[in-house]
Design a protein around this ligand. Structure first.
Ligand SMILES: [Zn+2]
Ligand SMILES: [Zn+2]
Length: 424
């Protein structure tokens, strides 16, 4: 703490405003200058408008969950969930019907050239439209159980805490983010963004994994992969059936009329499926937050949310550190970036004063800060966690395990630091 902390007086309400060097001066009493970057002073009309424009459905879901409470609530068969799954299965059923008719034509009308051409075409079309299992990018290095036994053991314990099976692979990335997906038939992968992982406290790490693995526990990834492959199939349909793709051809006159109805059917199904899929997002995120609170404690999950409010700050510092290192490269005595990048990033976030953190919390409600397009506004996520009430952690990350995991991640961390520097 600085010995002589400067204090300004709020021009709006006269309250004292302690000054943190290098951070905006603002009033905690009346929100004066709370968001100079938005040119919003206090809760003005601009804030109201933003609130209206952003995350409207996130709010609906928020209000429903705030009434019902999230605790113990799991994925529910909401109408949009059932409708999305039914549509997706219908799309895939149509692909298999094509295959069936194609094979039937080939078998039954063997020797009839017309039927055979149609049969082959249908089988080929099925090969393009068939449901797909997502693959894991082979070119990206990933960690398996033997490479990082302690990290996997930790992930296993959080998975057990959320009541689900653990992951089969971990892909370490430089981003200030994390995520889970499935690949192959039933394989699970965790994407760990070091930009985020490096700045989290041990219990926030439990909360992050709790949220991500919570998506598995709630069946969100199973749903996503069924629907995502149906969306892909529908996009191919739209492309194939689009009148433009038949323009200028001899067949145009023949097929244009015939294809019009299937084309519009495919296009409206695509739009519908995209819309109802988006509707489900806020609910899934809120419920994953609830599982994060269950394993890591409500407090840790809330702390994690607050760290997410600083994603832009972390991103900016990551860029600044790499630029600085590139400029200093080769100068004697300069510490190597791959050794220092991630710890310095963590130090930077830890040095943000409490008042600036509080300001950021208030700004997030004005800006309707969202982690990304699929996550509901962060301040609503925080509020739902607050309503959940305090809880004790099911999984505690101790210092020894944390250090062991850090050692296991060291070579990936160095590789990524070098890769970022080269990209700049
Ligand atoms: Zn004031
Ligand atoms: Zn999520």
């Amino acid at each position: 703490m600085a010995e002589h902390m400067a204090v300004h007086v709020c021009p709006q309400c006269g309250a004292d405003m302690p000054v943190d060097e290098g951070y905006p001066v603002w009033c905690a009493g009346c929100d004066w200058n709370v968001a100079p970057e938005l040119f919003v002073y206090g809760l003005g009309g601009t804030a109201e408008r933003r609130r209206e424009l952003a995350g409207r459905h996130g709010t609906e879901t928020f209000e429903e969950l705030a009434r019902e409470g999230t605790q113990g609530l799991r994925a529910r068969l909401t109408p949009s969930y059932v409708l999305a799954c039914a549509l997706a299965l219908l799309v895939h059923a149509l692909s298999f019907a094509l295959l069936g008719v194609g094979v039937w034509l080939l078998v039954r009308s063997w020797g009839n050239p017309f039927a055979m051409v149609f049969g082959v075409l249908m089988v080929l079309l099925f090969l393009v439209l068939r449901p797909r299992f997502p693959k894991l990018d082979e070119s990206v290095p990933r960690l398996g159980r033997v490479d990082a036994p302690r990290l996997f053991k930790f992930v296993d314990s959080v998975a057990a805490g959320t009541g689900t099976r653990s992951v089969d692979a971990i892909v370490v990335e430089p981003y200030v983010n994390a995520g889970v997906t499935t690949y192959g038939l039933r394989r699970r992968v965790l994407h760990l963004g070091l930009g985020l992982w490096a700045v989290l406290t041990p219990q926030q790490k439990v909360a992050l994994l709790g949220h991500e693995l919570g998506h598995f526990a709630n069946g969100d990834t199973r749903y996503t992969s069924v629907v995502a492959s149906a969306l892909y199939t529908l996009r191919v349909w739209v492309l194939v059936l689009a009148p433009e793709s038949w323009k200028g051809r001899l067949t145009h006159l023949l097929v244009a009329g015939l294809l019009r109805i299937p084309y519009y059917a495919a296009r409206s199904t695509l739009t519908l499926l995209e819309k109802i899929t988006l509707r489900g997002f806020p609910r899934r995120e809120y419920l994953a937050d609830d599982l994060a609170a269950e394993v890591a404690s409500t407090e840790a999950a809330r702390d994690l949310m607050e760290t997410l409010l600083h994603v832009e700050r972390i991103d900016g510092e990551l860029r600044r550190l790499t630029d600085e290192a590139t400029a200093d490269a080769g100068r004697p005595g300069t510490p190597r970036l791959d050794e220092t990048l991630w710890p310095r990033l963590a130090d930077h976030l830890a040095s943000v004063p409490a008042r600036e953190r509080e300001r950021q919390r208030r700004v997030s409600a004005l800006r309707w800060h969202q982690q990304d397009a699929t996550h509901p506004p962060t301040h609503l996520r925080i509020e739902l966690l607050d309503r959940r009430g305090p809880s004790t952690a099911k999984v505690v990350l101790d210092e020894r395990t944390e250090r062991a995991m850090e050692r296991e991640l060291r070579s990936s961390a160095k590789r990524l630091a070098r890769a970022i520097a080269q990209d700049r």
